[in-house]
Design a protein around this ligand. Structure first.
Ligand code: GAP
Length: 458
């Protein structure tokens, strides 16, 4: 039974140490979220799985960890200073701020209109909103300001004296950290095109309409991979990355019918071709990740603005060119939300409904929970817990009935519970309970280690 809603996920995350409201004791800070002890493990496991697939197992792929604060010229070159904005309108009555494109999209969906908002200019959007008398979703009145483009970059300043401050930005995407290091990576790793640069890191956006839990926040983490290739080979790499991105999700356990491709009609200022993979979130079909053919826009612009030569010389043909870039970008937090939503199940049992999170074992926070059947078995159980801890993340629980303890582990998605009983004292075997089937088998501790190790490999 799939009964997942955003509210249920928020409550489960709060009560099970997965995700808390940011700055909660001060009444919270809008659209910021803190990962708790269980959540940070899951998110780190997702990042590890991504890195393994797109760096470790990919040919000619290298990682970087660039600074969040970059020279302000980077954002001029990338086009973010002039074009990274959303069309916002304010309701003059209740001061609610809305994105004009969202107002139109919601209206079109409600009235079954086939409209491509992506292709509309600001004037066309204003006209549409006026003609269809689209009201403010909060107060219901129709009294909008004209559309203004609202730059999404967070500004801060840097300088040692008050008079001498330079405006700088918190990066709105990690991608530029890969582009500005193109020459460094190529030279130091003696990389030959095609090669990739990957990065996982924080990005910040002053979103006009953040919300829906961790779906759209003002601070989030991105996992981005830029594949540098020769013009002419770009289309084939673009198609490859569409498939690789899809396969990564399938291997994490997503059902194919919960995923779909969505090609973009309106392209970002840097893209020749772009598509999303959308996931059927509890809020409906929405973007999970993006794949863009960025052409040689970024490297050409950095060459122009920095004065550094970005030409790559083919060592075989001696041909010189600025590589094209195929970008694959996915938000770690958005992936987390999708994984939570996909894993959630309310399963009717005889006398109760069990909430169980079916995470891939590689992604689950704890791989094993060690549970003594009775308190007087705790000495042996703790000894086994100490051994298992050396191999993978484990937890220990001796409080409450065994049934309650299983439920607690089901709710955080622990794939295996091992129970220590009186037979353990006799022959050293334990029962291993599978989270999904609830079946139990007996094994020695060495067998448990080998068994779990194999299951948690991504
Ligand atoms: N470098 C390309 C780029 O940043 P994007 O489509 O703006 O492209 C890529 O963002 C991914 O980052 C999205 O598919 C989404 O997963 C994630 N993302 C973007 N904005 C976000 C936000 N405000 N909150 C959480 N995740 C976000």
């Amino acid at each position: 039974m799939k009964e997942v809603t955003m509210d249920k996920l928020v409550v489960l995350c709060k009560n099970r140490g997965i995700i808390f409201q940011g700055s909660e004791i001060y009444g919270g800070m809008g659209n910021t979220w803190d990962y708790g002890p269980i959540g940070v493990e899951i998110k780190n496991n997702l990042k590890r799985a991504w890195w393994k697939r797109f760096v470790q197992q990919s040919d000619n792929s290298f990682g970087v960890d660039a600074a969040i604060l970059m020279n302000a010229k980077v954002w001029e070159a990338s086009g973010h200073t002039s074009s990274f904005s959303d069309p916002k309108m304010d309701c003059k009555e209740c001061k609610t701020r809305e994105r004009a494109d969202n107002l139109i999209e919601n209206y079109a969906e409600k009235h079954h209109l086939d409209i491509v908002v992506d292709k509309m200019s600001n004037e066309e959007m204003e006209q549409f909103i006026a003609e269809h008398k689209i009201n403010c979703p909060k107060c219901g009145k129709h009294n909008w300001t004209p559309i203004r483009n609202f730059n999404l970059m967070f500004e801060t300043s840097r300088g040692v004296t008050d008079e001498n401050q330079n405006k700088i930005y918190l990066r709105p995407e990690t991608a530029q950290g890969e582009f500005v290091n193109f020459l460094n990576v190529q030279r130091t790793m003696r990389a030959k095109v095609p090669f990739g640069i990957a990065q996982i890191g924080k990005a910040f956006r002053n979103e006009v309409t953040p919300g829906n839990f961790i779906f759209r926040t003002i601070e989030f983490e991105q996992m981005e991979h830029q594949l540098f290739c020769k013009e002419g080979t770009d289309e084939s790499f673009y198609q490859d990355y569409k498939k690789k991105a899809w396969q990564f999700l399938i291997d994490l356990g997503f059902q194919p019918n919960h995923l779909r491709y969505h090609d973009h009609d309106k392209l970002a200022h840097y893209a020749k071709e772009a598509c999303d993979i959308q996931y059927l979130f509890p809020i409906g079909w929405s973007e999970l990740n993006g794949i863009h053919n960025r052409t040689n826009f970024d490297l050409s612009r950095h060459q122009e603005y920095s004065g550094k030569n970005m030409l790559y010389m083919d060592p075989v043909t001696n041909e010189k060119y600025i590589p094209y870039v195929i970008e694959y970008s996915i938000g770690a937090d958005r992936l987390m939300l999708a994984v939570l939503s996909e894993a959630y199940e309310e399963q009717p049992l005889e006398n109760e409904i069990r909430v169980v999170m079916h995470f891939h074992p590689a992604i689950a926070a704890y791989k094993v929970a060690v549970l003594p059947l009775q308190k007087n078995l705790s000495e042996k159980a703790k000894e086994m817990y100490q051994t298992l801890k050396q191999h993978f993340m484990c937890t220990y629980d001796e409080a409450g009935s065994i049934g309650k303890r299983y439920r607690r582990q089901d709710e955080i998605g622990t794939p295996y519970c091992i129970t220590i009983d009186f037979d353990t004292l006799e022959n050293g075997t334990v029962t291993v309970r599978d989270r999904d089937t609830m079946e139990q088998v007996r094994m020695t501790l060495d067998q448990v280690i080998a068994f779990v190790q194999e299951k948690i490999t991504f």
